[in-house]
Every structure is written in C-alpha cells, then in structure tokens.
Design a binder for this molecule. Structure first.
Ligand code: 0X9
Ligand code: CA
Ligand code: ZN
Length: 429
C-alpha cells in the first residue's frame, strides 16, 4: 500500500512538519520505545516518523495497527496532532473554515461587531496595511475610546507567526471579555477607565491566511523574493540588534527565520512600531505558541537586561497567576538565555525603545505530543482563561508604574557561550 507522505525530520532540535498528505486509512500513533518495537519495526517495515520523549511516532495502516497490537505494544492514537481542527457541529449552519478559530475576515467582522455593540468603550483602529493590502486591525478598549487620553497604554499582540493560531484567540478573547465585563465587574472597569488597552490579535494577516488556505505550517509573512522565495520572519525584523549575527536570525530568504533586508522592512512590523511610539505604552505581551513559557528581554544575548530583576519578578508573578488557574505550568525566563538566541524580536525592540516590560508568552501545549500548533478547539477557552489573570495584572501594573524609562544599557555583544542550549521545552522555531 501507499505510505503516508508525512515526514517529521528532527533537525538540530528544530521540527519541520510538512502538510499531512497521507491516505485516509493511515493513523498516526505512538508507542513506547522498546526492544520489541525495534524488532517489530524491522519485521513489519514500519514507517517510523520521530521519537519524542521516549515515544515513537508511527504512520500505521490498519494492518500495521493489528500487528502492533499482536506484539502487545501499547498504542496511543495521535492523529489529532496532525489533523487541522475540524469545524464544530454548529458550523454546519454557519460555515466557518477553521471552526472556532478566526480567519482574518471573521476577526475583522467580530472586531467591527464589538465596536458597534460597545461604542463607548471600543474602537477598531487600522494601524497599518499588510503587503497583500489587508488592514492590520487593533481593538482599542478604553473609556472615551475616541480620545487619546493621557493614560498608560498596554499592548497585547498576536500572530506574528502565521501558524500559531491560538495566539490570535487569546488577545481577541481578552478584548471581548473586557467589554463584556465592564458594566458588571468593578476591577475590569477600573483598568479600562485608567488605561488604554490596545489589542492587535493578528499582526500577520497575510501569513495567517496562507496558513489557513494553503499550508498550515507557514510561519512568516508573504513577502515575495527572488526565485519564488517567500516570507520574512516578522519576529526577526524589529530594530534592536537586528541581524547582529546569523545565529539568532538568517540572511537567507529561504530560511524560516529570514530577517528581511533591513530592520522594519516589513509593513507589519512598521505598523506595530508606529503604534508603540505614538503613545505612552507601559507594558506589552506578544503571544506565540507553543511551549508554555513567559520570556523577557534580552533575546539577542544571554546577558541580563538592566531591569532584569523587575522583568523576572513581575514575570514570575504573572506565571504564578497563570499556573493557579488550571495548574498548567508556564516557565518564566530570559528569552536569550533559556530558549535560544534571536535577534530583531518584538520584545527586545519594544523594551529597548520604551523601557516597558515586554513579554513573549508561548502558549500551550508544552510540546509536540500535546498537539504542537494544533490546539483543540475545546482548549481555546481554558488557555484564554489561564492567561486572563496575568493580562489583567499587567494592565494593573502599568497603571501603577506610568513612566517607564528606556533602558540605556546596550550590553556588550554576546558572552562566550555554547550554541542553542536546550531550553525548558522542545526547541523549535
Ligand atoms: O522564535 C521566536 O520568534 C519565538 N518562538 S516561536 O516558536 N513562537 O517562533 C520566541 C522568541 C523569543 N525570543 C528568544 N528566544 N530570543
Ligand atoms: Ca481609559
Ligand atoms: Zn511564534
């Protein structure tokens, strides 16, 4: 029979997962690594895909499955990891191509609906236009949203990376939640009254659309380059230590971490930059997925930022709040020291430019076995709920600390260190 064309190469700890083009009767399963499996793999000519944390992923036909069961191997069905989430039952009536997740169009419609429903609290603002001419939309939540009030602003960003769909939903749900609770929850009302809360759920609409319609694992934007190469990694295109080495980003347009020809070469990063410099921002979270981390600057060096102790203590408070909701552990750490080096990332630039605490949250799951970039639709709400108290606490913190000073420190480039030490989760970009 024809084998599933699913490859899962593990390259220096970087997972690259091509689209699942398998035959429908092939299941992705995992079994524990064992001598019995090794023997069966040779005898049955099994299609072994990868080994992760002691379990071996296999593309198995029905007859493979039967034979594995005969060998007494404990089989876990992992198919859900590799299937795009299916639309919920309700979408039979109103079809949505990616179920509970937002397409760009659905996001634009839902944001517009929020402004109509809450005209005294919500404004949809176009902060820029993507390469393919999609408005990059922000939801501003504040009392007097039509005015620029002299209040600390807090920024929540989602979807620099196209395939990280959950990172759209968490900031969007936060905005909706603030609006829904304003009338009934005095704590929410105080935050909305005393701050301006800015939410950009989809920084990279072109990439997201491509991920929805063409290739689920697309990461970058859709910049067309020579020779049919596409895409700049928007989280390598910001202006702090941009391109300072080729370890934290790549000059090669074919690379998934291509930094672009210059800092802020892309309209999507310029839109975020222009928003940030346009008013007094006091804190920022940029959502990504996956691996349950809360990361703070610097990402381009292992050396600590001048405000390391604040970044760490505030960050740890946030992860404590997150853990308390569902018991799910998020690790708080310096990005460049704990994960891998990057240069040109959002939070390094935002922190350098303004002095505000700027965090990257890597949402669940913890690893590829938990689903990688495919969070089940039923997990969207729990993931949002566990991030909610941290988001509220950060707004509260910004109100109490209204005047961040830019960090003048520009640590000397790069301490002598080994390449890409293993971080707390699976290392992948
Ligand atoms: O590599 C990134 O841009 C982020 N991870 S992701 O898997 N979502 O692509 C992490 C950026 C955090 N910064 C550093 N690790 N330096
Ligand atoms: Ca306000
Ligand atoms: Zn990301």
């Amino acid at each position: 029979m024809k084998r599933a064309i699913l490859l899962l190469p593990v390259l220096a700890g970087v997972f690259v997962l091509p689209v699942f083009g398998g035959t429908p009767d092939v299941k992705i399963v995992s079994v524990p690594r064992s001598a019995a499996l090794a023997e069966a793999a040779v005898r049955l000519d099994l299609d072994l895909l990868a080994e992760i944390e002691g379990r071996v992923l296999i593309a198995a036909s029905p007859s493979d499955l039967r034979k594995l069961a005969e060998c007494g191997l404990q089989i876990v069905d992992e198919s859900v990891l590799f299937a795009p989430s299916s639309p919920p039952a309700s979408s039979v009536y109103s079809f949505s191509p990616i179920g509970a997740y937002h397409t760009y169009r659905e996001l634009a419609d839902d944001l517009a609906a929020l402004q109509i429903q809450y005209p005294d609290l919500a404004r949809v603002v176009t902060i820029g236009t993507s390469l393919e001419n999609r408005p990059i939309l922000a939801l501003k939540v504040s009392d007097n949203p039509g005015l620029d009030e002299d209040e600390p602003a807090v920024l929540f960003l989602g979807c620099h990376h196209a395939r990280e769909w959950i990172s759209v939903e968490v900031p969007f749900l936060f905005g909706r939640r603030l609006l829904e609770q304003y009338a009934s929850d005095p704590a929410v009302r105080r935050l909305v009254d005393e701050a301006e809360i800015w939410i950009v759920p989809m920084v990279n609409p072109d990439g997201h659309d491509y991920s929805v319609r063409v290739y689920r694992y697309w990461r970058k934007n859709r910049r067309a380059g020579e020779g049919g190469l596409f895409g700049v990694d928007l989280n390598r295109n910001y202006g702090k230590a941009w391109g300072c080495d080729d370890e934290g980003s790549s000059p090669d347009p074919a690379s998934d971490v291509y930094r672009g020809p210059a800092s802020f070469s892309e309209p999507e990063t310029r839109a975020v930059r222009d928003l940030i410099v346009s008013r007094r921002f006091g804190a920022l979270i940029s959502f990504h997925s996956y691996s349950q981390l809360l990361l703070y600057p610097w990402g381009y060096t292992t050396l600590p930022a001048l405000q390391e102790s604040l970044l760490k203590s505030l960050g740890t408070r946030l992860t404590d709040l997150m853990r308390a909701v569902n018991g799910r552990d998020y690790v708080c750490a310096q990005a460049g020291a704990a994960l891998y080096l990057t240069n040109g990332d959002t939070t390094d630039w935002a922190y350098a430019a303004t002095g505000m605490p700027a965090y990257t949250i890597e949402l669940p799951p913890l690893d590829i076995l938990g689903g990688g970039f495919f969070n089940r639709e039923e997990d969207i709400d729990p993931i949002f709920q566990e991030n909610l108290p941290a988001m509220l606490a950060l707004v509260d913190w910004a109100i109490a600390h209204p005047d961040p000073e830019p960090d003048p420190a520009d640590p000397p480039r790069r301490s002598g260190r080994k390449k890409n030490p293993p971080g707390p989760g699976i290392i992948r970009r």
